[in-house]
Write a protein of this length. Structure first.
Length: 256
């Protein structure tokens, strides 16, 4: 129930078209910084090269980190401090030496809380908090969000990761890079919706119809991709759903 899986797959004709553009699959996750401010995507979580099928999995398990580097578009986020695993509602301080410590300040329920920053990094006005997600494949935390607000000594903050995930095609390995806009149409989906409620499973597949469809669109299906990797199969039943962003079209796939 705490694992989410997305498989990106392509038919040969679409894969060739994507590869000809030197594009890679880029994916990002949504994070909020305040109940009064819309959540945002601002770090490319992973970049993946073209392949018949590529699976990405993550646990709904998050951590706090920090960096002294000022985040701007194209900058790769590198953690200066250690990762501190943090459950929603927990609160951690950054002590005078830059280490995380349990905070005596009660945390806001439903949020990852930075109780207070007691640390001052030399040569900068403040630090930037980074949110990480647990990568099942690497068994480590990956940056998914960086707070662009500079937080000086004495500051507090809170963060709320969402299971909304966005993906698009763009050139280059952008893993860990800050971004504010994508260079091709993106789509998004809320992975808090189970693909199979009876088993509490969250597994979906997606494909971009670049050459095999005249209107070029993302499609999604519940479960793993079909074994024949045809996009879309002749038996596909199309049903448009409003999913946010440039919505993918959901299809029912015969597993073959």
């Amino acid at each position: 129930a705490d694992t989410r899986t997305l498989t990106w797959y392509e038919s040969k004709i679409d894969n060739d078209a994507i590869k000809a553009n030197n594009w890679k699959f880029q994916i990002a996750k949504l994070v909020a910084t305040s109940p009064n401010v819309p959540p945002t995507y601002n770090i490319v979580w992973q970049s993946k090269a073209t392949a018949p099928a590529t699976t990405l999995s993550w646990k709904v398990q998050y951590a706090l980190g920090w960096t002294a580097d000022a985040p701007s578009d194209g900058v790769t986020v590198r953690i200066t401090g250690n990762w501190q695993p943090c459950n929603l509602g927990e609160s951690y301080d950054i002590d005078t030496d830059g280490y995380w410590a349990s905070s005596p300040t009660a945390g806001e329920q439903g949020w990852l809380n930075v109780g207070k920053i007691y640390y001052s990094y030399p040569g900068v006005q403040g630090i930037h908090i980074v949110v990480g997600v647990w990568n099942i494949k690497t068994a480590s935390y990956d940056p998914i969000f960086v707070d662009k607000t500079t937080l000086p000594h004495g500051s507090s903050a809170q963060y709320q990761p969402h299971e909304n995930t966005s993906w698009w095609l763009q050139g280059g390995d952008l893993t860990g890079q800050v971004f504010s806009q994508t260079q091709s149409p993106s789509t998004s989906f809320d992975f808090s919706v189970p693909s199979d409620p009876s088993t509490n499973t969250y597994e979906y597949s997606t494909s971009y119809l670049m050459a095999s469809s005249p209107d070029q669109k993302w499609i999604m299906s519940k479960g793993p991709p079909p074994t024949y990797l045809t996009a879309p199969p002749p038996s596909a039943k199309f049903a448009a759903l409003t999913l946010g962003g440039s919505p993918p079209v959901f299809v029912e796939l015969d597993p073959g």
